[in-house]
Design a protein around this ligand. Structure first.
Ligand SMILES: *Cc1c(COP(=O)(O)O)cnc(C)c1O
Length: 425
């Protein structure tokens, strides 16, 4: 498939005249269409709710847009909880799927009425000591161990993951939580990441539904929701076939009817915590080529760096690049496309065949809507970029300004150096 940016070169130049590159841009139209498709794909389940994984893109304008479709927020830290609350998500619209959780964060989650999802067996005691009681609605995260495979394809390696409880612990946890007053139970599992396959959710659902039937039978705990969490992927590479959320929804429906309904559990709500699938394709990083370098390889240096998009440096992840205005030119030049960090892994692409790039060209780095801006950091004292929303009517809006040196140095306030740079007493 040809990967095309959702925005034209002319529009990007118009935006860049007001908001200097680099910036992340998001596509309202694509976001809305996808959110609607997710809602429709699971409409067969009356209790269905997608809790958007805030860590994937903590921009309030974008998250509130998803909120219009009835979605909630999935949080795992104090600031994500604070943001969700400030955006108007309350009570069971917040899922708190954390791990290695500080007591103060459990206390805040409970204060906001969030659904608490326990990552570990020892957190039962920890939570009870923190709150003084066990909430009536509670969820536990499951880790079946071993490898997670679908028809001989290894999807991921839960046995090597730090998350969740073993099967035995989960049964004990439900018994203990019930004794301590819990009344409504949930099960959660995240067993494979970025699955570009319509099979993942249905296969995970089968595991969790069978487990739920056993759990309810053996412990008497009333299971009211099953949380398939995240992991539904997107095609970063042009040769990948995108997931079809309607097929995924129907696949989950089928196992629901096969396993839960006959067990008298046809009232269980399905929850999801997708991040990547909700936003990934609807964001791009826009950067300008500012240097070229000819040594043992050909380099294009741009004004964005790994601080703005860490996935290539961190995981060697592929992000497609379009040279704006040169979509129809032959990809007959081999480049490393790099940022300015003093780190040799600061490369958006290695040995990538692209059209000839001239200084000043705008590059559109695809699929940065999730785990893009949010993974950013400040290495080399580099600043985080702006975020821009391309609206359905073609206009654009700055939805987060770029960081300034003053933001970067804010935590040094009170020092003589800060006063020297920014004045004040
Ligand atoms: C990261 C994460 C998600 C979202 O994952 P995606 O791959 O972006 O869909 C959901 N739930 C939890 C607990 C997570 O840690």
């Amino acid at each position: 498939m040809v990967k095309k940016p959702f925005v034209t070169k002319e529009k990007l130049e118009e935006i860049a005249a007001q908001i200097p590159t680099p910036f992340h841009i998001y596509d309202e139209k694509g976001l809305r269409e996808n959110a609607k498709a997710v809602q429709e794909a699971f409409a067969w389940n009356p209790g269905f709710r997608e809790y958007f994984a805030v860590k994937a893109n903590p921009n309030p304008t974008l998250i509130k847009l998803l909120g219009e479709y009835g979605f909630g927020c999935d949080c795992s830290s104090e600031t994500e909880l604070m943001l969700s609350d400030a955006m108007g998500f309350h009570g069971d619209k917040i899922m708190f799927s954390s791990n290695v959780t500080p007591a103060s964060e459990y206390a805040l989650a409970e204060k906001l009425g969030a659904i608490i999802n326990l990552d570990d067996f020892t957190h039962i005691d920890f939570l009870e000591k923190t709150l003084g009681y066990i909430p009536e609605t509670i969820s536990c995260r499951y880790n079946p161990g071993g490898l997670f495979s679908i028809s001989n394809d290894i999807m991921d390696n839960p046995g090597d993951a730090k998350y969740g409880m073993t099967t035995e612990q989960l049964f004990d946890a439900f018994r203990i939580l019930k004794e301590k007053g819990a009344k409504r139970f949930g099960i959660h599992a995240f067993l494979a990441s970025n699955t570009v396959s319509n099979e993942y959710y249905p296969a995970l659902a089968k595991v969790l539904f069978e487990l739920a039937v056993k759990l309810e039978k053996e412990t008497g705990a009333k299971i009211t929701f099953i949380n398939l969490s995240g992991g539904v992927g997107i095609p970063y590479r042009p040769d990948q076939e995108p997931n079809d959320i309607r097929v995924i929804g129907e696949g989950v429906h089928k196992v629901y009817d096969e396993i839960l309904v006959p067990a008298g559990m046809g009232d269980v709500a399905i929850y999801t915590e997708m991040g990547r699938f909700m936003m990934g394709p609807y964001g791009g990083l826009v950067t300008r080529a500012i240097h070229e370098k000819h040594i043992y390889k050909e380099y294009i240096g741009c004004d964005a760096c790994a601080v703005n998009l860490m996935r290539p440096a961190m995981y060697g992840a592929y992000h497609h690049i379009t040279v704006m205005g040169k979509e129809d030119q032959p990809c007959d030049h081999k480049y490393d496309v790099t940022g300015s960090l003093c780190e040799n892994n600061d490369k958006f692409a290695i040995d990538r065949m692209l059209p000839k790039i001239d200084l000043g060209d705008l590059l559109f780095i695809h699929d940065t809507g999730a785990h893009g801006f949010s993974m950013g950091y400040n290495y080399n004292g580099k600043l985080r970029s702006a975020e821009v929303l391309l609206k359905e009517d073609g206009s654009f809006e700055l939805i987060r300004r770029a960081e300034t040196p003053k933001d970067y140095f804010a935590t040094l306030d009170g020092t003589p150096e800060y006063r020297k740079m920014f004045g004040g007493e």
